[in-house]
Design a protein around this ligand. Structure first.
Ligand SMILES: [Zn+2]
Length: 301
């Protein structure tokens, strides 16, 4: 069997049509994210690790639809904090991926396996597009479906953007995803595009999660679309990389306010802030912390 692709994002086009696709496979970047997850072993570890893979794949696929430099973030929270408080992934236009899930202490009596909807009951999935230049844009989606892909597909269907569909798979070892998107009419009539859209969407619906995880991009696309003329572009590499920095951490401390920072320093000899995504520790001595507020007016109460 041909080997699956690793940490690659690849675009394809149905020739002479206004439909394109993206396909992604993650392994090392996904494993780097899971290795950074130091939450205690939980009955939900398998479920959450699978969800993290799906979030990473979705962020990578959606980043490929951005027309500008920026970052796309998918974040989901339940209405009432349960065992899973938050899950999020982001991907930059330069293919830097990261993700995190916050798990709560739980009562062993409550242990039961839950799917995406049950874990995030009544909550929202927020997609944020943060361009390097310009205003950030957010879409808020109610979590009413059992899987992240169903949730995203319903949103694509209801929003007025270009017809888009997504198929996601992850198993704690590998993650993969497929995205189809109809482009503005250029080469086909609207009717021709709709007909082809129906056809290729139905074919993609036959793709099984284990095929997504076991097959390379060529093999997956051949399996689905061997009767279509397809152009597959060169893949681009994806990697785990965290966008945290000392400056951002310092800004966060400034936003906490001087009083709060002073209160922490009364109890500790320094302020240590660990990045939730990569666990890098940013340390601020009392002098460094004081320096942050030199040009900042004190917080008023
Ligand atoms: Zn970091």
């Amino acid at each position: 069997m041909p080997k699956p692709d690793n940490d690659l994002l690849q675009r394809f086009l149905f020739e002479q049509s206004d439909i394109r696709g993206e396909i992604v496979s993650l392994q090392d970047s996904y494993q780097a994210v899971l290795a950074n997850h130091k939450h205690p072993a939980s009955y939900l570890t398998t479920t959450v690790n699978t969800l993290l893979g799906e979030f990473l794949s979705a962020a990578a696929l959606l980043s490929a639809t951005l027309k500008f430099d920026g970052i796309i973030t998918l974040q989901a929270k339940p209405k009432i904090p349960g065992p899973l408080e938050l899950i999020m992934a982001d991907c930059t236009r330069h293919n830097n991926l990261r993700a995190v899930a916050r798990l709560h202490e739980h009562n062993p009596a409550d242990e039961r396996q839950c799917n995406f909807r049950e874990l995030l009951e009544g909550g929202f999935l927020v997609i944020t597009i943060d361009p390097a230049k310009g205003e950030r844009y957010q879409s808020v989606i109610a979590i009413e479906h059992d899987s992240l892909s169903d949730c995203l597909n319903t949103y694509f269907q209801q929003s007025e953007q270009l017809p888009t569909r997504i198929w996601l798979a992850a198993d704690g070892d590998r993650a993969s995803g497929l995205l189809l998107q109809a482009l503005p009419i250029q080469l086909q009539s609207l009717e021709q595009r709709s007909e082809l859209w129906q056809h290729v969407s139905l074919l993609a619906d036959t793709l099984k999660a284990d095929e997504q995880l076991a097959l390379g991009h060529d093999a997956q696309l051949h399996r689905l679309f061997h009767q279509e003329a397809l152009q597959l572009f060169e893949p681009t590499a994806l990697q785990f990389s965290c966008s945290c920095s000392r400056t951002r951490t310092a800004n966060m401390l400034v936003s906490l306010g001087r009083e709060e920072v002073d209160a922490i320093l009364e109890e500790q000899t320094s302020i240590d802030i660990s990045c939730e995504f990569c666990h890098y520790v940013y340390r601020f001595s009392p002098a460094q912390a004081a320096q942050l507020f030199i040009n900042t007016p004190p917080t008023l109460h």
